[in-house]
Write a protein that binds this ligand. Structure first.
Ligand SMILES: [Fe+2]
Length: 155
């Protein structure tokens, strides 16, 4: 059973950003299907890293789009992005160095947090910019021209 699903209600007004959200959902579901099996520790760690990297990539792209549209609530939005990335980084550190087993870090509670955080972020925080970016040529251009490879591969 998957942790969460992307639904059309989550459309934020730009296909690239919707696709990013679908990818984040996919990674969370991957984590959710692996974490109960101690033998899949390696895969779980890879998903944690993928989640952090893809979140950074996507947040950077989203912020670029919002900047191009002179979105007025960008600062608070960026703060949410930053907190999320830090949380995942911290989790990965605990995962690597903690004396506890995998289940102490990656468990149902974490899955609930990831599902609730992403759902709330998309449905409330992201949805607030929908009107600003939908059918906005500046948003389309920014998404198309976004050079994300540096973010994606930066460690
Ligand atoms: Fe966002």
């Amino acid at each position: 059973m998957s942790v969460m699903e992307w639904t059309p209600k989550m459309r934020v007004g730009l296909a690239e950003l919707d696709d990013d959200h679908k990818e984040l959902v996919r990674i969370i579901n991957q984590l959710g299907s692996d974490y109960k099996d101690e033998d899949r520790r390696r895969a779980v760690r890879q998903s944690l890293v993928a989640l952090r990297r893809y979140a950074e990539f996507h947040f950077a792209r989203e912020e670029q789009v919002l900047m191009a549209c002179a979105y007025t609530q960008l600062e608070g939005h960026q703060g949410e992005h930053r907190d999320f990335v830090q949380r995942i980084q911290e989790l990965t550190r605990q995962f690597d160095s903690g004396p506890d087993g995998m289940a102490a870090i990656v468990n149902e509670e974490l899955m609930d947090f990831l599902r609730d955080w992403l759902t709330h972020h998309i449905m409330i925080v992201d949805m607030a910019y929908r009107e600003t970016i939908e059918n906005n040529p500046a948003a389309k251009d920014a998404a198309k021209n976004f050079q994300g490879s540096q973010v994606w591969w930066s460690g």
